[in-house]
Design a protein around this ligand. Structure first.
Ligand code: ZN
Length: 299
């Protein structure tokens, strides 16, 4: 029996007839297939969320049939190995993401351009990787659908359950994240903006981004994200003329009031470069090698 917003055992929230989610740092979707098995959409960020979810699964008497990873980031795949070992379930992820799901050392490589700092090395060098098969419409149970959500990661997808509930991965984040991080991590800013604007118009009954509350109307949040990224682009462009990357980066940290540590530095270097790439694509910025230094110029 569906009671809107009912909180079941171990904080599993029922949000439609057969669709549930565990509210945690990276929300996990659960769909009851009605035959004693369930589908997971992502697999948790932390041991505690994985353990809480499994207690709820056991209490419902379900077995996990499959995990659909929206993308490969470590806070979405943490429970893959536990659920595979416990239930023998299959794990699916979009193309390219499968390689990162299988080999968790690949993710820090692109932030750190090589070996991570010692603290992060311990974090990422845990053995989390699992074999993953390609997530396509063909492998989905009846009534599910996928939607490509380019921008945050290589090939992230949104997943719709047969109850018309959308799990949106990290396509949009809440305003508090922009206020605290200023430059949340995306892989392609222009595609992220287009994805956020597309999602603002997406029909559906409920929308569940990974890192914020479920929403019946996600339009305002999506427009906020697109506008925030556009605004960041304008502000970063204003710092670029006649400067090399290190000076632009330092000016951006000062402008946004960002306190750096070595881990933040790695991700922010990556993110500021991604913004510069978007401005180069727009044609509002150009770059030239001058005496062995790459100097940016506003057009
Ligand atoms: Zn992510």
């Amino acid at each position: 029996m569906f009671r809107k917003g009912a909180v079941h055992m171990f904080n599993l929230i029922q949000c439609a007839e057969n669709t549930y989610y565990l509210k945690c740092y990276s929300n996990i979707g659960v769909y009851d297939l009605g035959d004693g098995t369930c589908v997971l959409i992502d697999a948790g960020d932390h041991k505690k969320s994985v353990s809480d979810l499994n207690k709820a699964i056991v209490a419902h008497g379900w077995r996990v049939r499959m995990i659909l990873n929206t993308h490969c980031h470590i806070d979405h795949i943490n429970g893959n190995r536990f659920f595979r070992d416990t239930y023998g379930c299959k794990i699916y992820a979009p193309h390219i993401e499968t390689f990162f799901v299988e080999e968790n050392l690949l993710e820090p490589n692109y932030y750190y351009l090589g070996v991570p700092t010692n603290r992060k090395r311990n974090f990422f060098f845990r053995e989390l990787g699992t074999k993953a098969e390609e997530l396509t419409e063909d492998v989905l149970p009846a009534g599910f659908a996928l939607l490509p959500l380019p921008g945050h990661c290589y090939n992230m997808v949104g997943v719709k359950t047969p109850d018309d509930v959308w799990f949106l991965g990290d396509a949009v984040v809440d305003p508090a994240t922009y206020e605290s991080y200023h430059l949340p991590l995306f892989y392609d800013i222009n595609k992220s903006i287009a994805t956020a604007r597309m999602l603002a118009e997406l029909p559906g009954r409920l929308f569940i981004p990974s890192h914020t509350e479920a929403k019946e109307d996600v339009g305002a949040l999506c427009r906020y994200n697109a506008d925030a990224m556009e605004d960041n682009k304008r502000q970063i462009l204003s710092l670029c003329d006649g400067r090399i990357f290190e000076d632009i980066f330092a000016a951006a940290c000062s402008l946004f009031g960002i306190d750096l540590d070595m881990d933040k530095y790695a991700k922010l270097v990556y993110t500021v470069r991604i913004y510069l790439q978007a401005l180069l694509e727009d044609g509002t910025l150009t770059a030239a090698l001058e005496g062995g230094r790459l100097v940016y110029h506003v057009i």
